[in-house]
Design a protein around this ligand. Structure first.
Ligand code: ZN
Ligand code: ZN
Length: 79
């Protein structure tokens, strides 16, 4: 795990503010889809992902953690 990822998870643990979260649909990827900007790992075929209304996709486990402290898409914070 990189330092960036480690500080991200420390940040998550220290920030236990729960807020209403964006709705998303979960799905299983049928083809590789580039990088998940939350964990910086590749989104690979067969991974369980979350598809947001803005059409961004992330690992479902990543966006679940993200939504524990953020309300909006990591790439569309103004939405
Ligand atoms: Zn991820
Ligand atoms: Zn987005």
């Amino acid at each position: 795990m990189s330092n960036t990822q480690q500080s991200f998870y420390v940040f998550l643990r220290q920030s236990l503010v729960l807020s209403p979260r964006l709705e998303y649909s979960d799905d299983v990827l049928t083809k590789d889809a580039g990088e998940c900007v939350i964990c910086l790992e590749e989104l690979l075929q067969g991974d369980t992902i979350a598809r947001l209304p803005c059409l961004c996709i992330y690992h479902k486990s990543c966006i679940d953690s993200w939504f524990e402290v953020n309300r909006s898409c990591p790439e569309h914070p103004a939405d």
